[in-house]
Design a protein around this ligand. Structure first.
Ligand code: ADP
Ligand code: GLC
Length: 488
C-alpha cells in the first residue's frame, strides 16, 4: 500500500508530545512490512536543516486556498528510509513555535496554517505522482484531509482512489474557529451544517474529519470507549458513535530503538532485566544532575510532562509538599507548558533543596535520564489517550504510578499486595488525595516489600508494546478504510 501521512509533528524533527513519536515511528514499521509510507509536515524555523540533512526537493508549489493560489517550497529528508517532506512557507511556518508563541498564546492564523499544510500535502502527491491508497491524517491539524479528498479530489487521477483514516491523539483539541475561515479553507458553505463542519456557529476541524473519514481511530482501546461517552467525548461522542465499528482503538507502539535501557546511548549506564546494576548508576547520576541528595535508598519519583491541565499536575501541586513533608522520597521533574505550573514546579527545589529537583524546559536527554534513574514514574492524568511515558518507564524498570484512565489503564497492571504481581500503582479518583495515598502506597512498598518491588520491576521490563503489533492493526484499519470507501 501507498500511505500518505500528513501531520503537524514528526520526531525527531519537531515534537511537543507523543504525536511526534507516533508519526516518527509508525511509517518506519509500515515500511519494514513492505508498504510505502511518506510523511508531509511543516518546515518550522526550529528544524535544523543541516543536522537532519534537509535538501531542496520541489517548488515553487502552488496550493489552492479558497479562490487564490498560495506558494510554498518543499524540502526533503529521509527518516530511517522514510521520505519526509517539509512544507516551507515563510508566511505560515517560519516561526519557532509549532502552535503558539513563547508566551503560550496560540498563533491567530492556526486554522490557515494547518489548512494550508493539509492541502499542500495533497497537492504534493499530484506534483510528484504519488498515488496514495490511504491518506492518514492526525488530530485536528490535518483532520480536513478526508474532507478535501471527498470535496475536491474525488475525480482526480492520483487522489480520487485514496481512502482516509483519521487518528485522534487527543480529543480535547478540536480546532474550533470562526465561520469566516470557511472561504479560505475552501470547505464550501453548503457543508457548514451541524452534521458536518458546523459546531455552535464555529467551524470544527476535528468533527469534519470524523464525519468525512472512511475510518477513525484513537490511540488506545480504553480511550476509544471513553470518548464515546459525554464525559470524555468533549462533544464528539455522538459523531463517534455514528461511526459504529468504523471507530476503533489501536494502542500506540513503543519505539524500543529509542527507548530501551539495554542500548540507550543517552543514559549514563546501560542495563537489562538480568543485570540492573546500571540502573543504580543512572539513579546516582540523576540525583547529582538534579541537585538531589545522593542517596541510593531513597525512592525517586520522576515526571516528564507537558505542563497542562490534562496531565493532572495541578492536583499534584496541591499535595506534593505534603508528600515531601511526610514521606522519605525525592522528585525529579521535567516539563514545560502553562506559566502557572512552570512557576510552581520551577520554584519547588528552592523550597525543598535536595528533595525536589526540576527543570523547566524541553530536554530529550533529561527525559531519558529520568526514565532510567527514577524508581517510580508519576502520571496523574485527568485523561490520557494513550500515554507513551508510562510505556517507556515500564521498559526502564521504573514503576508507573498512574490514574486509571485511557491508555494508562490499558498498559499498567495494578499491584497486588498479596502476591507481588502487577507492574504499577493505579488510582481512580482525580484528586490530590488519591495521588497522595497512591504515592504513599508505592513508597511503602519500596521500603517494606522490596521483594515485591523486584518482582514488579522484572514484570514491568518484560512488557512488550512493540510497534510491530500496532502497525499490523493500522494496516487492517487501512484495509477497512479502503473497503468502506469502495462500498460507500
Ligand atoms: P503527550 O503526547 O500528551 O504529551 P505522551 O506520553 O504520549 O503524552 O508523550 C509525551 C512525549 O513527550 C514523551 O516522548 C515525553 O518524553 C516527551 N516530553 C514531554 N515533555 C517533555 C519535556 N519537557 N522534555 C522532553 N521530553 C518531553
Ligand atoms: C496525545 C496524547 C497522548 C498520546 C499521544 C500519541 O498527545 O495526549 O496520550 O500518547 O497523543 O498518540
Amino acid at each position: 500500500m501507498n500511505i500518505l501521512f500528513i501531520a503537524a509533528e514528526c520526531a525527531p524533527y519537531a515534537k511537543t508530545g507523543g504525536l511526534a513519536d507516533v508519526v516518527g515511528a509508525l511509517p518506519r514499521y509500515l515500511r519494514a512490512m513492505g508498504h510505502q509510507a511518506i510523511v508531509v509536515m511543516p518546515r518550522y524555523a526550529s528544524i535544523n536543516g543541516d543536522r537532519y540533512g534537509l535538501r531542496w526537493f520541489h517548488g515553487p508549489m502552488g496550493v489552492w486556498m479558497g479562490d487564490t493560489q498560495e506558494w510554498c517550497a518543499v524540502h526533503a529528508a529521509a527518516n530511517d528510509g522514510v521520505p519526509v517532506y517539509f512544507i516551507e512557507s515563510q508566511k505560515y511556518f517560519d516561526r519557532w513555535g509549532l502552535y503558539h508563541d513563547a508566551d503560550f498564546n496560540d498563533y491567530q492564523d492556526n486554522p490557515r496554517r494547518f489548512g494550508f499544510l493539509t492541502r499542500a500535502g495533497l497537492q504534493l502527491c499530484k506534483d510528484i505522482g504519488f498515488r496514495p491508497d490511504v491518506v492518514h491524517a492526525h488530530d485536528w491539524h490535518t483532520a480536513l484531509a478526508p474532507a478535501y479528498l471527498k470535496i475536491w479530489h474525488w475525480n482526480d487521477p492520483l487522489l480520487g482512489g485514496a481512502a482516509s483514516l483519521l487518528t485522534i491523539h487527543n480529543i480535547a483539541y478540536q480546532g474550533r474557529y470562526p465561520a469566516h475561515h470557511m472561504d479560505y479553507l475552501g470547505l464550501q458553505w453548503g457543508n457548514f451544517t451541524p452534521d458536518k463542519f458546523e459546531d455552535h456557529g464555529a467551524i470544527n476541524f476535528l468533527k469534519g474529519g470524523i464525519v468525512y473519514a472512511d475510518m477513525v481511530n484513537t490511540v488506545s482501546p480504553n480511550y476509544a470507549r471513553e470518548t464515546r461517552t459525554p464525559e470524555l467525548g468533549y462533544g464528539m461522542a455522538p459523531y463517534l458513535n455514528d461511526k459504529g465499528e468504523n471507530y476503533i482503538g489501536i494502542l500506540n507502539g513503543c519505539d524500543y530503538t529509542q527507548w530501551d535501557p539495554q542500548d540507550d546511548r543517552m543514559i549514563p549506564a546501560r542495563y537489562s532485566r538480568d543485570d540492573l546494576s546500571g540502573k543504580a548508576i543512572c539513579k546516582r547520576a540523576l540525583q547529582s544532575r538534579m541537585n538531589l541528595t545522593a542517596s541510593p535508598d531513597t525512592p525517586v519519583i520522576g515526571i516528564v510532562s507537558r505542563l497542562v491541565e490534562q496531565k493532572g499536575l495541578h492536583l499534584l501541586a496541591q499535595c506534593i509538599e505534603g508528600i515531601v513533608a511526610n514521606m522519605r522520597v525525592q522528585f525529579a521533574i521535567l516539563g514545560s507548558g502553562e506559566k502557572a505550573l512552570e512557576h510552581f514546579f520551577g520554584e519547588l527545589p528552592a523550597r525543598h533543596p535536595g528533595r525536589v529537583g526540576s527543570y523547566i524546559g524541553y530536554s530529550d536527554e533529561l527525559a531519558h535520564w529520568i526514565e532510567a534513574g527514577a524508581d517510580f514514574f508519576l502520571m496523574p492524568s485527568l485523561f490520557e489517550p494513550c500515554g507513551l511515558n508510562q510505556m517507556y518507564a515500564l521498559r526502564y524498570g521504573t514503576l508507573p504510578i498512574v490514574r486509571a484512565t485511557g491508555g494508562l489503564d490499558d498498559t499498567v497492571q495494578q499491584y497486588d499486595e498479596a502476591t507481588g504481581d502487577g507492574t504499577g500503582f493505579k488510582f481512580y479518583e482525580p484528586s490530590a488525595h488519591a495521588i497522595y495515598y497512591t504515592v504513599g502506597w508505592a513508597v511503602s512498598t519500596y521500603y517494606d516489600r522490596p521483594q515485591h518491588m523486584q518482582r514488579m520491576i522484572r514484570a514491568a521490563m518484560a512488557q512488550d508494546f512493540s510497534w510491530e503489533r500496532s502497525a499490523g492493526q493500522y494496516v487492517r484499519a487501512y484495509e477497512r478504510a479502503i473497503q468502506n470507501k469502495r462500498s460507500g
